[in-house]
Design a protein around this ligand. Structure first.
Ligand code: MTE
Length: 327
């Protein structure tokens, strides 16, 4: 008999228990008003009114860069998810393992914020986020986001191609991967006091994936600087992959010839792998990936191969058929 060992960090069996997900979302929406009221009382300005900020934060120095011009090449087959829904339904384990981390995440100071680019590069660099962003061409792109838990959203991200950061770093020819790392500060992030998790959060891409035009470094959403719970001030969007690849609040990019072991792979390698490309035909060990629930309107839709981005990315995986490309 197959025994499932429940671990505290296991992602929920969302598709196997759709009611639980629906209930969770209803509870969430019912709670959103209360959260907004409570958050305002606590000095947090929730998105929709203004960029979420911690009491005492300086005004975001990048605010004047938004909204950035939309790149019309990126279109959606579904409505954009409501900002109020997106900013109150988040996975950010540093601030807790529920979806309701928006309030806790306001404790993250996002200025000053430095980003280090190192490893196998011609130009190692440590740079302040605003100096980095100043060198980058900001644009808005409409992307789908498919979580491994079988829910999805559609988001107007603002940011710049990861390829531009790779160009800045000038990786050596022998560098095959880029390893990305989130901040680590247990005094700020209560989840990081749970020492059985392999902090900091780590993710990785091949350099070929990182330089694909779809790989996008996000600094904003909904026409303004990114809300903290969504991974401010810098997160990844790789929309053909499951959402856990979309690492938040990045502080380091390291170019390497060693395949990075991601946070989720370190926790549960039997369920989460390096590639994590979206494929409706390959089930998660505990639930089907054939369809997804659109957060915001509860519609269920068939999931698409590479989340609908096959034309842009399928060629990256020729010759790799023997790899676990879909977990
Ligand atoms: N990045 C960090 N640092 N910590 C996390 O817990 N969760 C991932 C990803 N990036 C996560 C993270 C998962 S599982 C998903 S689905 C997306 O962030 C969620 O992004 P969202 O909250 O903006 O929808």
């Amino acid at each position: 008999m197959h025994v499932i060992h429940r671990r505290p960090w296991a992602l929920p069996d969302s598709a196997a228990t759709p009611e639980a997900l629906v209930m969770n979302r209803r509870g969430l929406l019912a709670g959103a008003g209360a959260l907004a009221a409570g958050a305002l009382a606590g000095g947090i300005v929730l998105p929709g009114r203004a960029q979420a900020q911690r009491v005492g934060d300086q005004p975001d120095p990048s605010a004047s860069l938004y909204p950035a011009k939309r790149n019309e090449a990126f279109t959606l087959d579904r409505p954009v998810t409501d900002e109020a829904v997106n900013t109150t339904y988040n996975n950010f384990y540093e601030f807790g393992s529920s979806k309701s981390v928006a309030r806790a995440a306001q404790a993250l100071p996002i200025r000053p914020w430095t980003v280090t680019i190192d490893g196998m590069v011609e130009k190692p660099i440590t740079i302040g986020i605003d100096d980095l962003v100043k060198q980058m061409p900001l644009e808005e792109r409409l992307y789908r986001h498919r979580c491994v838990e079988a829910w999805s959203m559609a988001i107007p991200w603002t940011g710049f191609p990861l390829a531009k950061l790779v160009a800045l770093a000038q990786p050596l020819g022998s560098a095959k991967y880029v390893r990305m790392e989130t901040f680590k500060d247990p005094s700020i992030a209560p989840g990081q006091r749970q020492t059985w998790f392999p902090w900091p959060y780590v993710e990785g891409l091949t350099v070929a994936e990182a330089t694909n035009d779809l790989a996008f470094l996000v600094t904003g959403a909904y026409g303004k600087p990114l809300a903290k719970q969504m991974g401010a001030p810098l997160r990844l969007a790789v929309p053909w992959k499951y959402g856990f690849k979309a690492i938040k609040s990045i502080v380091r990019f390291t170019f390497t010839d060693q395949r990075p072991k991601s946070y989720w792979e370190a926790l549960q390698a039997s369920e989460y792998g390096f590639w994590a490309n979206v494929n409706p035909a390959v089930a998660h060990p505990r639930w089907s990936q054939a369809s997804e629930r659109l957060i915001g309107n509860d519609e269920r839709r068939p999931t698409l191969l590479f989340n609908g981005y096959a034309e842009q990315v399928a060629h990256l995986y020729t010759g790799l058929e023997s790899e676990r490309l879909w977990t």
